[in-house]
Design a protein around this ligand. Structure first.
Ligand code: GDP
Ligand code: IMO
Ligand code: MG
Length: 421
């Protein structure tokens, strides 16, 4: 058996939550491999909308197993809220959710450090979700971090206090006001709550599952253009969001990776700072934002919007070894007479298809214009009924990227999913 990986190819929010949920029926296990509560994965069914941050998007299928892999950073407070919200919908996650003992903890002081550091950067800020992601991964790689498995040790509280005090000394340098006590009380209560979950050696479990024939789907968070190595550094997140992250974030060998399902929006969005060559700063961008409800699922911030960037997509298809593509939000493009897609960049008067190393270089997109469609496609169920110009748009993308589009999403609901093969 192999592990299929579904991951975002742009700057996050491509519709991973919706599609993982829609595809879960074909798998036995859904496993998150990186990121943490910076993720906001939305899924909709029965006219209800759910947003998940830490818990895999297979959780609404009661017969399926879900794993939080070692590559994640977990905030117990966010996790508890998520579990409580799910309980309100009659979903008890205790039985079918496993948490790797090696995943790392986000402390309240990680969140404070994130906020203090962002505030100190002024205009140069990353636009972090302020969930403590950067500081928590910094402690992980600095070999100072606390892991979920540590909660079970007698020394946990002492180790927590030690790390907290190190953080407080750092925060002092920022001159940043805060009141730790209520945050700490809430966090310690959430730590107790966490103890009722199944902590596992995730890497052993996932490999046993593979041996015994379980079908596993690894669910990415963020998007490849926010990858710590390959994104527009420093305007990135702090984990490997690309396919290799599934190996290190779950403990599976590269040879066990099967299909790599790359998901992208039919246009582009980005939240936070950093380069965005096809960004539309005028009314077309505003139209995409309002029609597409482009506001962050985690922070509520307006997302920056722009035309589809095939140069960036070609890059992330290459990095991930994408074997099939899913295009979402095709319905939002209905009504545009002409659609523009970036097929090259002009940098210092030279045409290139490479993303520049630094984030300062002025990049001018070179567009190809394609005819749009006017039909409302949000109720369509069958690939044959798609408008001809939408089929042409898809064909153009497939030919440019040399990868087939196997699913087209035409609405937020689980059912609004058209299989192309
Ligand atoms: P994720 O982080 O990749 O899971 O994506 P988000 O949940 O942050 O953002 C995607 C948004 O688009 C959510 O509000 C989804 O409900 C919505 N969505 C997903 N697919 C479609 C689609 O095909 N059409 C429309 N109109 N909305 C979609
Ligand atoms: P999902 O999984 C979109 C962005 C933030 C910021 C940068 C760093 O829902 O697609 P961080 O909090 O990680 O230190 O922020 O990354 N970012 C996301 N943008 N979707 C996400 O997740 C994101 N997670 C982080 O806006 O620019
Ligand atoms: Mg999201």
């Amino acid at each position: 058996m192999k592990v299929d990986v579904l991951l975002g190819l742009q700057w996050g929010d491509e519709g991973k939550g919706k599609l993982v949920d829609a595809l879960t029926s074909g798998y036995d296990v859904i496993a998150r491999f990186q990121g943490g509560p910076n993720a906001g994965h939305t899924l909709e069914f029965n006219n209800q909308k759910h947003v998940l941050h830490t818990i895999p998007s297979g959780i609404f299928h009661s017969e399926k197993l879900n794993l939080i892999g070692n590559g994640l950073v977990i905030d117990p407070v966010v996790f508890k809220k998520e579990v409580d919200r799910l309980a309100g919908f009659g979903v008890d996650v205790h039985d079918n959710l496993y948490i790797s003992k090696k995943s790392h903890l986000i402390l309240p002081t990680h969140r404070l450090l994130d906020a203090a550091s962002e505030t100190s950067k002024g205009n140069g800020k990353i636009g972090s979700t302020l969930k403590g992601i950067g500081p928590a991964y910094t402690d992980k790689t600095g070999r100072e971090g606390l892991r979920i498995g540590d909660i079970l040790e007698d020394s946990f509280l002492a180790r927590y206090k030690n790390l907290r005090d190190q953080h407080l000394a750092k925060i002092e340098q920022f001159n940043f006001p805060f009141d730790l006590q209520p945050l700490e009380d809430e966090w310690l209560a959430a730590i107790d709550f966490l103890r009722s979950f199944k902590f596992v050696n995730g890497e052993y479990l996932v490999n046993e599952w593979l041996k015994s024939g379980h079908r596993i789907l690894a669910e990415g968070a963020q998007g490849s253009m926010l990858d710590i190595d390959f994104g527009s550094y420093p305007f990135v997140t702090s984990s490997n969001t690309t396919c290799a992250g599934a190996c290190t974030g779950l403990g599976i060998a590269p040879g066990h990776i099967g299909n790599v399902i790359g998901i992208f929006k039919a246009y582009c969005t980005r939240v936070g700072s950093g380069p965005f060559p096809t960004e539309l700063l005028e009314e077309t961008g505003e139209l995409l934002r309002t029609t597409g409800h482009e506001f962050g699922a985690t922070t509520g911030r307006p997302r920056r919007c722009g035309w589809l960037d095939l140069v960036a997509l070609r890059y992330t298809v290459m990095l991930n070894g994408v074997t099939q593509l899913i295009m979402t939000k095709a319905d939002i493009l209905s009504g545009f007479k002409t659609l523009r897609v970036a097929t090259a960049y002009r940098i210092h008067n030279k045409i290139t298809m490479e993303i520049p190393f630094d984030t300062e270089t002025p990049v001018e997109p070179v567009f190809t214009d394609l005819p749009g469609w006017s039909e409302d496609i949000s109720k369509l169920k069958d690939k044959k009924s798609l408008p001809e110009n939408l089929k042409g748009y898809i064909r153009f993308i497939e030919e440019y990227l040399n990868v087939p589009v196997t699913v087209v999403s035409v609405g937020p609901d689980r059912e609004a999913t058209i299989h192309m093969v």
